[in-house]
Write a new protein. Structure first.
Length: 268
């Protein structure tokens, strides 16, 4: 089971929440905290998998806690709890990596739905890290990584680092993070300064550059290997990014004629 904590200044609320979710199999509540400062300190030091956080806390509000945890780079998932059904609270919470917003008095179904969402996110993150099929063997090329403070976007980036050669889209990432694709696209651009498609293209061309420089693999095979089924489209994209064609790049780097089944005139 994954580790969860509850942060609320009212002890009866904490006990009520724990009692409401006691029969589920996803998370074990390992700590109860009653103010924002103590809650943030515990999260930074212990990195629980999930935290239930009240919006209004002494010392530091729940939204301030989420913002501070995001800036610190915490990987903890957050479910915000509140007695106020206000869209502004929920919107601000989602901007700082909250995956759920549950109202008091608690609905068991609402809490369990949010917890199940958290569980699936954690399981997917774990599978990306642990799946030996997706782990590059030693000394193979690894695209340049990007690190951001937003946990949701970092999950997207980590997934793209592994699956860039596959047929993925912003919908793929939205499904991965259980968010709307339009929101996923906006959030990705906001946090990385580039679009999903541009980042995916750069990852693929980085890989292609490496293969051209370090292998004698045919260019059309390299195109397929990095995710392009259309060789001519790949050559066009490659030239747009690097300023030269794949064949010319290989000749410049290796100083040799490429026997790749295509010639200079066949490339865009």
């Amino acid at each position: 089971m994954y580790r969860a904590i509850v942060i609320d200044d009212e002890k009866w609320v904490v006990k009520s929440l724990i009692a409401t979710i006691k029969d589920q199999d996803y998370f074990q509540v390992v700590e109860e905290l009653y103010d924002g400062v103590s809650g943030l300190s515990y999260i930074q030091n212990s990195m629980p998998d999930l935290a239930f956080v009240d919006v209004r806390l002494p010392g530091m509000s729940g939204l301030e806690l989420l913002k501070a945890a995001e800036e610190y780079g915490c990987k903890t998932l957050f479910i915000v709890i509140s007695g106020h059904a206000e869209f502004a609270y929920a919107q601000k919470a989602m901007q700082h990596n909250a995956i759920g917003y549950c109202l008091k008095p608690f609905s068991r179904n609402e809490l369990l739905d949010s917890m199940q969402k958290a569980y699936h996110i954690l399981e997917k993150q774990k599978s990306v890290i642990q799946d030996p099929i997706n782990v590059p063997p030693p000394r193979t090329f690894v695209p340049k990584s990007m690190t951001v403070s937003n946990r949701t976007v970092q999950t997207m980036l980590d997934y793209m680092m592994v699956h860039y050669c596959e047929d993925i889209s912003i919908q793929t990432l939205a499904d991965l993070c259980y968010i709307n694709p339009n929101y996923a696209s906006q959030l990705f651009k906001q946090e990385t300064g580039t679009t999903f498609s541009s980042h995916l293209t750069n990852l693929r061309i980085q890989r292609a550059v490496h293969l051209l420089a370090t292998t004698d693999m045919a260019v059309f095979l390299i195109a397929s290997h990095v995710g392009y089924r259309d060789y001519f489209y790949f050559a066009k994209v490659f030239k747009k990014i690097t300023g030269t064609t794949p064949t010319s790049y290989r000749k410049e780097v290796l100083g040799q004629n490429s026997e790749d089944g295509s010639d200079e005139e066949s490339e865009p």
